[in-house]
Design a protein around this ligand. Structure first.
Ligand SMILES: Nc1ncnc2c1ncn2[C@@H]1O[C@H](COP(=O)(O)OP(=O)(O)O)[C@@H](O)[C@H]1O
Ligand SMILES: CC(=O)OP(=O)(O)O
Length: 320
């Protein structure tokens, strides 16, 4: 590539909700639209239309490559790969490692491969950055053969973001990344905390799947597994998948507040609604505990980095 230039960046917010919105920044202009986008098929169609309407491309054939962020790559994918039908199948097969993400990401990849068959499609795995974690941090305290036979271990997630923001933070500070101890808080609808020592991930809060770690928008974070057995009996649930769905989709800020998974909604009413306030307090508490433990793990910390929707916009609350 002779020169790299960012033409635009954008975000589709609140996908699937009535008030979804599109924001695209290009040059010194910002395009915003507030129409409802119901699902990822509509999201892809929308992005392609906007790219042309805003004159960012004359024709979609100008796009020669598409990068796809994929959450789980297991131990198979420790770096980015060009997607072929086998890789796409592997991404689907890793659905147990990221049940909320890999199946949807595979669908996006499929749509883009069909819409832009001329473009090279590349998968960039969140888990790849965390492959540097030492065994004492990525192994669970369960019989070792389950790791050897079934890959039962911590993989983490958000590594694509953490790799990038830790490099940018070092650049901002004008200090060499390989001499810094950082804690990166990626706080979005999914949230994680990662200890980055000398530019390498040494430990991270998400686990075998992204349900582990800190409290999130709809995910529980860490929990005692015996409580799940107890709840199954109390709720007369026989299928463990239903419990996992509850932990992934009906817990976190949404479960505690019984109102919303979105920090913005909870902040708007926290003075009147005790459960909204409690949800925000629990969230901040879990993040703080991971930060403390990673500072101890690295024997100090030079830099705290806040990123993603909550981290960038409401980081002060987490920081305090
Ligand atoms: N101004 C804001 N204040 C507090 N939270 C915000 C704000 N803007 C976005 N968020 C939070 O960020 C979340 C989205 O995070 P983001 O990193 O953009 O996406 P995702 O985690 O879904 O990939 C939203 O669910 C919302 O809770
Ligand atoms: C892994 C993960 O939680 O990703 P996201 O924040 O995009 O949901």
């Amino acid at each position: 590539m002779p020169a790299e230039q960012m033409l635009a960046d954008g975000l589709i917010d609140r996908l699937g909700q009535a008030e979804s919105s599109v924001k695209i920044k290009y040059g010194d202009q910002v395009y915003r639209s507030g129409h409802a986008i119901r699902n990822y098929h509509e999201a892809v169609a929308d992005v392609m239309t906007e790219l042309k309407d805003l004159g960012l491309v004359q024709h979609l054939h100008e796009i020669v490559g598409v990068g796809h962020r994929v959450v789980a790559g297991g131990e198979e994918f420790s770096e980015s790969v060009v997607i072929d039908p086998q890789v796409l199948q592997d991404i689907r097969d890793l659905k147990d490692y990221a049940p909320l993400h890999n199946p949807v990401e595979a669908e996006y990849i499929d749509v883009f491969c069909k819409e832009m068959p001329w473009a090279t499609q590349v998968a960039v795995f969140d888990t790849a950055f965390h492959q540097t974690m030492p065994a004492e941090n990525f192994l669970y305290s369960i019989p070792h053969q389950y790791y050897e036979k079934y890959g039962a271990r911590k993989y983490g997630a958000h590594g694509t973001s953490v790799r990038y923001v830790s490099q940018r933070a070092a650049e901002f500070l004008g200090r060499p990344l390989d001499q810094l101890k950082m804690i990166v808080m990626h706080l979005g609808s999914g949230s994680s905390v990662t200890a980055v020592q000398n530019g390498r991930s040494v430990d991270t809060s998400m686990g075998f799947t992204p349900v582990a770690g800190v409290t999130m928008g709809t995910r529980s974070g860490d929990i005692d597994p015996s409580l799940l057995q107890y709840l199954m009996r109390k709720l007369k649930i026989t299928n463990f998948d239903d419990i996992i769905t509850m932990l992934n989709q009906r817990s976190g800020l949404l479960g505690i507040s019984e109102l919303s998974a979105d920090q913005r909604d909870l902040e708007a009413i926290e003075d009147e609604d005790p459960l909204a306030k409690l949800a925000l307090d629990i969230y901040a508490n879990r993040v703080a505990k991971y930060v403390g433990s990673y500072a101890a793990l690295m024997n100090g910390v030079d830099v705290l980095v806040f990123t993603a929707g909550v981290g960038e916009n409401a980081g002060a609350r987490q920081g305090s």
